[in-house]
Design a protein around this ligand. Sequence first.
Ligand code: FAD
Length: 418
Amino acid sequence: MSNIIIVGGGVAGMIAAITAANNGNKVTILEKNSELGKKILITGNGRCNFTNEYMKGDCYSSSLNNNDEVSRHITREFADVVLDRFNNKDFIKVLSNLGMSYYVREGYYYPKTDEARTFRDTLVSEVNRLGIEVVYNFNLRSIERNEDGFILSNKEQEYTGDKVIIAAGGNAAPKTGSSGDCYYYLEKLGHNIFKAKPALTSLKADYPDDLQGINALANISIRINGKTPETDDTALKTNATTIKTEKGFIKYYKGMLSGIPIYQLSMEAIPALELGGKVEIVADFVTDSNIEAALKLQGTTLKEALYKSINPKIVDVILKGHNIAPDTLTNNMNAAEREHIIELFSSVNYEIIGFGGFENAQATLGGVDIREINPQTMESNICKGLYFAGEIIDIVGRCGGYNIQWAASTGVIAGISV
Ligand SMILES: Cc1cc2nc3c(=O)[nH]c(=O)nc-3n(C[C@H](O)[C@H](O)[C@H](O)COP(=O)(O)OP(=O)(O)OC[C@H]3O[C@@H](n4cnc5c(N)ncnc54)[C@H](O)[C@@H]3O)c2cc1C
């Protein structure tokens, strides 16, 4: 029996603890907050989308992805090794064995109660049932390695362990406890830490005030048109190349564009912006052919026709921006004019001038360099006996349950390996 200390009681820490305890170890969780799994409660808009039907390494990125295809391959391969060891089906089985019911919508998995609390409480009650010690309000301030193992301290109390799992999260949503403070201690133990950047977050754009507060369905793509001599990223060197498309609602909120498709595209946008690239979000509001039918109807106005498919505020702003009278009768429009209207609504550009901070981000890009972790065990290659789980690792998944799955997969592997 080993004495295992886990830093952080989020998804990764709790699942690592449950796994290590089930394997006969004495386990202690050191948690900064006065409760476990605080972040879980705000996931998935309070519903916690904990995994996804489609689960592959290509759904994950790391800081290495800014470089070249070889580095992108390293990230995918690392994530695939982890998912081969513990994937979405394994996770669902574990939760089912703990008695939690779930439902699936368009491939996204949620607790059947539609409450993130159910997922959190399922893990917390298992931690308690297994008699795992939890030290609350413990803010780790140092880790030392000696011949016998590790000494972890908050400058008032000390805990010693044969092996340690760091599951302290990244920098996203710091009010939930994950404020990135563990990076420093890991650097002191010899690890390379990639600078933390917000991931899955809103993008700042200049748009008319009339749009504040609305949601509009669109096919959304990103264009990156920057010149960055330090990088050989082909996307950045390509002239105005559309590199990704997502379908969903854009939310116009406080000068930002947000919503799931924007969060997904922020993964491409933020590194490009930081490298000085010009980033544009292009919205295609013509998501089906009904708009053409509406424009062909006789005896209706242009705005009435467009309102049937597109958010009226978007319609008003775009028509006004192009000096087109909203009350133009569709009878008076010829085929070329109708086509012109469709074109206008198919390609609306927003130049991106910034992005949301960690307070608004769902995840962190950056953290412990994956080249220094063995994906079969999650053990450090630099410091034996030290393991990692969850968002502390420089891996970030797409929106859609990929980050909680990551926390669970790496937590289980670390919990087995210790
Ligand atoms: C608003 C929002 C919505 C999200 N929605 C989803 C979703 O629907 N699906 C999905 O897959 N992902 C979602 N995510 C991402 C997902 O929640 C995280 O990636 C995941 O929970 C990370 O788990 P973790 O255990 O690695 O880290 P965390 O949950 O951040 O846990 C780390 C723990 O470590 C503790 N800690 C930190 N530093 C110290 C220290 N020095 N000493 C002691 N303890 C410390 C913290 O208090 C915290 O409890 C969302 C995130 C946010 C912010």
